[in-house]
Design a protein. Structure first.
Length: 138
């Protein structure tokens, strides 16, 4: 049941990304271009996502365990803001601004085989692989 639930959740998430236009890198880049062709629609998508997710997080906190697993995997409330977190957030933000993609929309866009999407996903996989190798060395 866990795999089916994950598949259905992924399909619903992908459909939401497509319907909201978040698979179009120009939409994201126009949101970030506040001095030029600013498009505020991404802010409404984010607000809608928060409105859907917030009650879900509230419900999850009331459960002892997930429906398909032994425990929830959430960071502790007192998790430190360290160098790795700040660098990772900066790299993510710079990549998001330059490419107009973050991992979810890029994977949803992959079947379209647009050159920018293929390049982004290839670079993302390479970066994940390098990070995994560096983590394994520690």
């Amino acid at each position: 049941m866990g795999v089916i639930g994950a598949l259905l959740s992924g399909l619903l998430f992908g459909l939401g990304l497509i319907l909201s236009g978040m698979v179009d890198p120009a939409k994201v880049q126009n949101f970030l271009d506040i001095a030029g062709t600013w498009d505020p629609s991404l802010a409404f998508v984010m607000a809608g996502a928060i409105g859907v997710a917030a009650p879900g997080f509230w419900l999850v906190r009331r459960r002892a365990a997930p429906l398909s697993g032994s425990q929830f995997r959430v960071p502790p409330a007192d998790a430190p803001i360290d160098r790795r977190l700040v660098i990772g957030a900066a790299v993510f933000g710079i990549g998001w601004g330059l490419a107009g993609f973050c991992p979810g929309p890029a994977l949803v866009s992959l079947p379209l085989a647009a050159p920018g999407t293929i390049a982004f996903v290839s670079a993302m996989v390479a970066a994940i692989s390098v990070c995994a190798l560096l983590q394994a060395r520690k």
